[in-house]
Design a protein around this ligand. Sequence first.
Ligand code: CAA
Length: 240
Amino acid sequence: MARVAVVTGGTRGIGEAISVGLKNAGYKVAANYAGNDERAKAFADKTGIAVFKWDVSDFEACKSGMDKVVAALGPVEVIVNNAGITRDGTMKKMNRDAWDAVLDTNLGGCYNMCKAAWDGMLERGFGRIVNIGSINGQAGQYGQVNYAAAKSGIHGFTKALAQEGAAKGITVNAIAPGYIDTDMVAAVPANVLEKIVARIPVGRLGKAEEIARAVAFLVADDAGFITGSTLSINGGQHMY
Ligand code: CAA
């Protein structure tokens, strides 16, 4: 039986490639999204992947959203916590809302989603969780204290939860993408992005599919000995 995978932020950017990659690998995929109905509909029409709308920063919404996925597709055995936002700005300009929004979505969303799926994974003795961190959670980034803190938190969250799942058949891993060719990275001012790309040894931005193939690797049934790890995929920009 095909396993059911939920990909948060799964209709755009890196998440879109992950949803498609998992579908192609034989999973029944539920792609979560928060706001962009038009993009989600276009994605569903193009890929045939079911889309589900809820805000991962909302604890109750995650619980009821996951109930809907289970009713439609079956018990969830794979979660990819990919949903993330940026509210970049130097400390001088970063207000409390920009801090809260990024922490609540990027890090709080991981807790909310794992909490909603954890008991079911324990009962079945099987689970695969992949959390999408970031090079900027490993190395820091000027203008991103909120994002770097949330992504760094994801790496700690991953190692802690991996210890709880290890003897129960549940693996928890993280991927730390570098700068990938998505709308999020395209929003970085061109002159700043140019300097960043100049520091990537591979000489280009990454492709979303290059993250998706690593997710498929980590969630596979025969990846059960890989847990608590962080896979850095950044073109050599930060070797960690
Ligand atoms: N190191 C040192 N100084 C820097 C700097 C850096 N990396 N970046 C900017 N500065 C300096 C500038 O030189 C400037 O100095 P002066 O005032 O002395 O001239 C000062 O900081 C202000 O710079 P800006 O004019 O750019 O200021 P701003 O307020 O308009 O914007 C910013 C600041 C929002 C941080 C902007 O520079 C920016 O967007 N930077 C990119 C941040 C980034 O990389 N975000 C990643 C988004 S993608 C992502 O997050 C995905 C992922 O996981 C990788």
